[in-house]
Design a protein around this ligand. Structure first.
Ligand code: PGA
Length: 250
């Protein structure tokens, strides 16, 4: 059975005081047992959040990491550093990283390898721009991101991979992909994994949708057969809306 997952990507939001307030509120909530819930605070608040949630089912994850083990990379954070503060899962290839920090598929392939070498789980993000959506190139675009960034991994690595489909035109814009558009792409991604690996791996990998998921659209999106949850930006910053989304699985 595939895991149902809701991960909150805080991006560059929530300082220490705001993080503390969120955590106090979060710990009052009942997390449904069948859903794996994660939050991704900024690097500076990871250890605080990890310690605060030590006895709690919500996992603290990172938004990014560098591909090298260590060295002269001013401003960067390594996998070992993340692990040393309690983080075992990392989001890689978010479209904001690809766009603003020039992370290409080759760099992401290296990051995936580094995560694997450090026994970390990866949420690997893919998704097309509005231009590629409009010109009908979106399947090809996503397939290229997968084949160049991820499809070099061994079969055994797939137990530590989650995919997030996040069309760029739906991120932070208030414009959500329709449930049909989401299902169509998720099904396509699963088919592509089956072709490159096996039907079993394709059926077992969780594929999340991200892009303006809100309490009022989560149920319909999560209800699609190939959607296993969401990567949530804006609506994960408040405990109320985050919890409503977490409780949206049927
Ligand atoms: P959004 O962000 O929910 O604010 O659209 C999603 C994401 O970028 O992960």
């Amino acid at each position: 059975m595939r895991k149902q997952i809701v991960a909150g990507n805080w991006k560059m939001n929530n300082d220490l005081a705001e993080t503390e307030m969120f955590l106090v509120d979060l710990k009052k909530q009942v997390i449904p047992e069948k859903v794996e819930v994660m939050i991704a605070p900024s690097f500076t608040n990871l250890n605080h959040a990890f310690k605060s949630l030590r006895e709690h089912p919500v996992e603290v994850i990172a938004q990014n990491m560098h591909q090298s083990q260590n060295g002269a990379f001013t401003g960067e954070v390594s996998a070992a550093m993340l692990k040393s503060v309690g983080v075992n899962t990392v989001i890689l290839g978010h479209s904001e990283r690809r766009e603003y920090f020039n992370e290409d598929n080759a760099t992401l392939a290296e990051k995936v390898n580094t995560a694997h070498d450090n026994e970390m789980r990866v949420i690997f993000c893919v998704g097309e721009s509005l231009e590629d959506r409009k010109n009908g190139n979106y399947f090809k675009f996503v397939e290229k991101q997968l084949s160049e960034g991820l499809f070099h991994v061994s079969e055994e690595t797939w137990k530590d991979i989650v995919i997030a489909y996040e069309p760029i035109w739906a991120i932070g814009t208030g414009e959500t992909a329709s449930p049909e558009q989401v299902q169509e792409m998720h099904q396509y991604i699963r088919k592509t994994i089956a072709e490159n690996y096996s039907q079993q791996i394709a059926q077992e990998v969780s594929i999340l949708y991200g892009g303006s998921v809100k309490p009022d659209n989560a149920k319909e999106i999560f209800g699609q057969p190939d959607v296993d949850g969401g990567l949530i930006g804006g609506a994960s910053l408040k405990v109320n809306s985050f919890m409503e989304i977490i409780n949206s699985f049927q």
